[in-house]
Ligand binder design. Structure first.
Ligand code: SIN
Length: 279
């Protein structure tokens, strides 16, 4: 594939766009990187097809967007610690990311996003759903919006990566439970650093409670927000092929890896790019 004029083709649904005209294995010029940053801010997740990237090229592409986060929990590609393996083997029942979540919300400075490259995909199934958290916030009533803007929420990795049983369920693809010490407190509504949109920043995977409230008190409000944010009209769905890439903005989206391909192998390479402090 040769680089040509970049085309941004919005996906069906509330977010997402396919980017055409770029070969990501070649170094990108400043203008192209700027176009991709703009597309990510506008659409929340950008998709590429038919990319043939060696691990070093995947890493070089990611470095255009910031420093790389070396994952504390995932098994990494043996020669490239920057690349986390999101792998499910045919004999494995559960998958990584099979619930709505935002990666790294438990970090003090949550990651900007991840660049997931499909290395091996099942013959059918294994799609990923994405949901737009700006739309989720904008469609709440002004009264609830004001209330949420005064709240902060606690996010943790302990109840997920800190459970040794979770590592076993993932066939040992996830480990290091003793590193699950991160808790972070973030505003329930953040201002996106690039798009300037207000974003609902709580998620079912890692948010444990509203700061200053008990978990029991928080449950009702969080469940109501999650039910609202899961609406199909806030989503898009990506069907993978080998060589497909999804690059999502963690601050603006949730994602959900659908686990409907029992007995098949799915193997993805994920690079996570560091973010900036949230406001
Ligand atoms: C993830 O949650 O990072 C993995 C998403 C996927 O495998 O589709």
């Amino acid at each position: 594939m040769r680089n040509s004029k970049i085309e941004i083709r919005p996906s069906s649904g509330a977010l997402g766009a396919e980017i055409l005209g770029l070969d990501l294995a070649t170094p990108l010029d400043t203008a192209s990187v700027g176009t991709l940053k703009g597309a990510l801010a506008d659409h929340g997740v950008i998709f590429f097809r038919d990319q043939s990237l060696k691990p070093a090229e995947h890493i070089a592409f990611a470095r255009n967007f910031g420093p790389i986060n070396i994952n504390r929990f995932f098994k990494t590609d043996a020669a490239h610690p920057e690349i986390a393996e999101v792998r499910k083997e045919p004999d494995q029942a559960k998958n990584i990311g099979g619930n709505w979540h935002t990666d790294h919300s438990y970090d003090q400075i949550p990651a900007l996003g991840s660049i997931l490259l499909a290395r091996e995909v099942p013959p059918r199934g294994g799609d990923t759903l994405f949901a737009c958290m700006a739309k989720a916030f904008e469609t709440l009533s002004p009264g609830l919006q004001r209330t949420l803007e005064g709240l902060r929420a606690v996010h943790s990795s302990r109840h997920v990566f800190g459970r040794p049983q979770y590592g076993r369920e993932m066939n040992g693809r996830i480990g290091n439970p003793e590193a699950a010490t991160q808790d972070a407190i973030h505003p329930v509504v953040i201002r996106h650093p690039d798009s300037g949109r207000k974003i609902l920043f709580v998620n079912p995977g890692f948010t444990t409670h509203i700061d200053g409230w008990t978990e029991a008190e928080s449950k009702g409000l969080l469940e109501m927000l999650y039910q609202h944010a899961r609406r199909p009209d806030f989503q898009t769905r990506f069907q993978w092929r080998e060589g497909s890439i999804a690059f999502w903005d963690n601050r603006a989206t949730w994602h959900y890896a659908v686990n409907d391909y029992q007995g098949e192998r799915r193997m993805m390479h994920r690079i996570t790019v560091e973010g900036v402090a949230l406001q």
